[in-house]
Design a protein. Structure first.
Length: 295
């Protein structure tokens, strides 16, 4: 797999390239219930940045930075916590049970140094016909997910045996959102019902993969204003986003209302975040909350 040594500025320029006609789009409003769930799983994503939640097992989830109050109020227990290093990025997070909300949550931590991650991001893809026909996936993201795939698949199976009827959710921010996406699609293929909430996710594969995940349903891909990360890897390299997109239009440090979130439908859309002329890494840290405050 080739690794491209672009600077952040060059990557931003590539991210703005368009290579095909825009996909037909549809917009709809976000509901109050949707907003509540988006906040809840943003908090679960935020919790994966907090070291006490990823370095042992059997703990109640806590956020020392105070950015996951709803999660802290719930009755939670970590069933597995993980931290694995590989050349594409540290794979860290937790599998937790939430008996208050009847949830089983798998949360993946994002990158701690986003500018460095952007500068060193490679654009290679691997074929994954065993996942879906004609599908290609970002090689680094796929290999990173595979590091914990067996452990988390068996962990989800065991959790459902203990907590039958609970909703299973895969979530994460940034690099963690990419892993949550791939984990969700693979476990769905294995017969599990999985909801997926990804915040500031990069593109994870080609259009065939994006369409396949979209058709599975249960996806909430969240972007924020001019965040550069969802523009990567560039479409010029054959990458595409799943649908729908929940685009937060309010500024950093502003708690959004339902009016501040636009729901945009269409695989590979060039509306929403992708339609903005300016793209900044500084917009990557605010996703309804200060999502990586525990760093």
């Amino acid at each position: 797999m080739a690794r491209f040594g672009y600077t952040s500025a060059a990557v931003i320029a590539l991210a703005c390239l368009a290579v095909a006609a825009p996909t037909p789009l549809a917009r709809r409003d976000v509901s109050a219930e949707d907003l509540s769930q988006l906040v809840l799983f943003a908090e679960y994503s935020a919790a994966s940045y907090c070291t006490p939640n990823i370095n042992s097992t059997g703990n109640k989830l806590v956020c020392a930075s105070g950015n996951c109050p709803t999660v802290e109020e719930a009755e939670t227990t970590t069933l597995a916590e993980f931290y694995e290093e590989n050349e594409y990025g540290d794979v860290a997070g937790f599998l937790a049970a939430d008996t208050t909300n009847e949830l089983i949550v798998v949360s993946f931590r994002g990158s701690r140094t986003v500018d460095t991650w952007i500068a060193n991001l490679d654009f290679g893809k691997d074929g994954v016909d065993d996942l879906c026909s004609g599908c290609e996936v970002h090689g680094g993201f796929w290999k990173s997910w595979q590091v914990v795939a067996d452990t988390l698949t068996s962990g989800v199976k065991s959790a459902l045996e203990t907590y039958p009827g609970f909703t299973v959710v895969f979530t994460g921010h940034s690099f963690g959102a990419a892993l949550a996406t791939l984990g969700a699609v693979q476990l769905r293929n294995a017969g599990y019902s999985i909801e997926h909430y990804g915040y500031g996710s990069p593109r994870v594969g080609n259009e065939a993969l994006a369409q396949y995940i979209t058709d599975q349903g249960g996806n909430y891909r969240v972007t924020h204003t001019v965040d550069i990360v969802p523009r990567l890897p560039p479409m010029a390299f054959g990458f595409s986003h799943l649908s729908p997109e929940y685009w937060i239009t309010s500024d950093d440090d502003v708690t959004p209302t339902t009016a501040d979130i636009k729901v945009i439908e269409g695989v590979g859309s060039r509306d929403g975040n992708a339609g903005e002329d300016v793209q900044l890494s500084s917009a990557h840290g605010w996703y309804l909350i200060d999502i990586n405050a525990c760093q």
